[in-house]
Design a protein around this ligand. Structure first.
Ligand SMILES: N[C@@H](CCC(=O)N[C@@H](CS)C(=O)NCC(=O)O)C(=O)O
Length: 214
């Protein structure tokens, strides 16, 4: 098996999804700094790999893919074991519904509604009224996740699965941003378990201060 190549800067949460997955699956991987201040994602060569000009892009031998969650599912299906990517369609779908929710609903609420405002929007341009409503909505989502997680340890029981990656990758930002969080002991315990994993610490707990604008 050839080494994976991931194009994308370490500060991108979508790149983090892919890097964390590769590390959990024990896959050797070279990450290339592309996007953001590094640029390089708008060249014809890069667009031939990823027509959107976004990061991440994965190259695995002859396979080239964009969209972080499509990459995650590909790596999981190709290299993951039964716990990480259940072969039974019903068992997998019951996790996948939460993965889909993690990407489409929770990630949006954390990254676009809160992170972008508090980190990537100049103070003078922040709409604090909208932020308050979005934080309240995020609190409701976190409560739903809290109920789903129960006492864990992971969404599929004893071992990590692809769904934990999609849901868990945004929790580092959720817990390190400066805003008032709801009481959600199961989510807090889940996050604590993730922070104890080497792959999460290395690829997800990445300092994002270089993205901050005042
Ligand atoms: N739906 C895509 C979104 C990709 C995306 O928006 N990537 C951002 C970084 S998180 C990006 O490429 N931004 C431009 C840049 O970094 O130059 C995915 O999940 O891969």
């Amino acid at each position: 098996m050839s080494k994976l190549i991931v194009h994308g800067r370490a500060t991108s949460s979508n790149v983090q999804t892919v890097m964390w997955t590769a590390a959990e699956l024990g896959l050797a991987c070279d990450r290339l700094d592309v996007g953001g201040a590094f640029g390089g994602n708008d060249t014809p060569e890069y667009r031939a790999l990823n027509p959107m000009g976004l990061v991440p892009t994965l190259q695995d031998g002859d396979v080239t893919l964009f969209e972080s969650c499509a990459i995650l599912r590909y790596l999981a299906a190709r290299y993951g074991g039964e716990d990480f990517w259940p072969s039974d369609p019903a068992a997998r779908a019951s996790l996948d519904q939460w993965a889909e929710w993690g990407k489409g609903t929770l990630t949006r609420a954390v990254i676009y509604d809160v992170f972008w405002v508090l980190v990537r929007t100049p103070k003078a341009d922040r709409n604090m009224e909208k932020l308050a409503a979005d934080v309240a909505n995020l609190g409701k989502l976190i409560k739903l996740l809290d109920a789903r997680l129960g006492d864990g340890p992971f969404m599929n029981g004893e071992n990590l699965s692809f769904a934990d990656i999609v849901v868990g990758h945004v929790l580092y930002r959720y817990y390190t941003l400066d805003f008032e969080r709801v009481d959600a002991p199961n989510v807090a315990a889940f996050y604590q378990r993730l922070t104890e994993r080497e792959a999460y610490a290395e690829h997800v707990m990445v300092d994002y201060s270089s993205l901050k604008v005042e």
